[in-house]
Write a protein that binds this ligand. Sequence first.
Ligand code: UT7
Length: 327
Amino acid sequence: MNKIGTKLIGTGSYLPELKLTNEMLESMVDTNDEWIQKRTGIAERRIAQNMATWELALEAGRRALEDAEISADTLDLIIVGTVTPDYFTPSVACMVQGKLGAVNAMAFDLSAACSGFVYCLEVADSFAKAGKAKNILIICAETLSRIVDYKDRSTCVIFGDGAGAAVLKASKEEDGILSTYMRADGRLGECLKVRALPVEDPLAEPRHAHEDRFLNMAGSEVFRFTAAAVPEAIDAVLERANMAAKRIDWFVLHQANVRILNMITTRYGLDPDRVYVNIDHFGNTSGASVPLCLDEMKKNGQLQPGQCIVVCGFGGGLTYGAAVIRI
Ligand code: UT7
């Protein structure tokens, strides 16, 4: 039987314990709580101390499997969205696959930065609808603190660590992921950059020291890109699902800046209570932010079966995308 739907059947998350507050940052760089709250909406973020990305991913994945009430050996596919992998190889997904005992699963990482969750959704949905995977675990996990320069006030006040996960299941009904729209604009890639390896002559001496390891962001340029890209993606998924914005119960957007969330609220004339916000306590966790929202919403009873939600990611690449999901 052909599968024509992909249902979201479980969520999970993991956050490291340490809370890095705005007050703590005031003693590290030339910044202040008022600027950070007003320009970003962030009050605190979590920081992973001596923890690997795979450890955060594993715990979020475990919790999502528990929530979905399925065992790891029934998984066919694990995708981890991350820009802070622990190794070039093995991938975070393979490490999680091994630790979970997901012996029947194919596993790989996907690099789409803050669009990681929606890109993972798109790939998972395609595998499910092609009949290539029935049970799929997607995880977005980041230890951004490892690539953030805590001397650079333009980035260190924004980013936080965390992992969020979702379990998807191929279904016979046309349900779950109702529409998707994914895009990239690589011409703007320089606006948000972290070097992996230096380009060098390997036979020349001495070899380069790997100094430019930190994330670099042209914040206002990314902000400008977002102002056009996010509505483009949301308009497209609403049209593809044949739905008006007023029929959507929740807008769950990447938590990059509360001003971006407010901009979307105004543009679509939404009740602000329908645009989920948790950037105040987790900061910008890249691809993890959307599944962190979904898991929090599920736990506090705000996400209910039958509801229709829009999820949207945007960021490094630059990449962007959205989906309409019936829960
Ligand atoms: O998640 C991936 C996608 N990323 C995004 O979507 C990020 C989009 N961009 C943003 O959210 C915002 O551009 C930022 C929050 C990064 C920056 O806010 P902004 O309103 O665009 O500030 P700005 O970079 O234009 O800087 C305004 C001023 C500057 O001072 P002058 O030149 O006007 O004197 C900055 O030096 O604010 C200064 N500034 C700060 N002041 C206190 C920059 N960072 C800080 C800081 N504390 N942490």
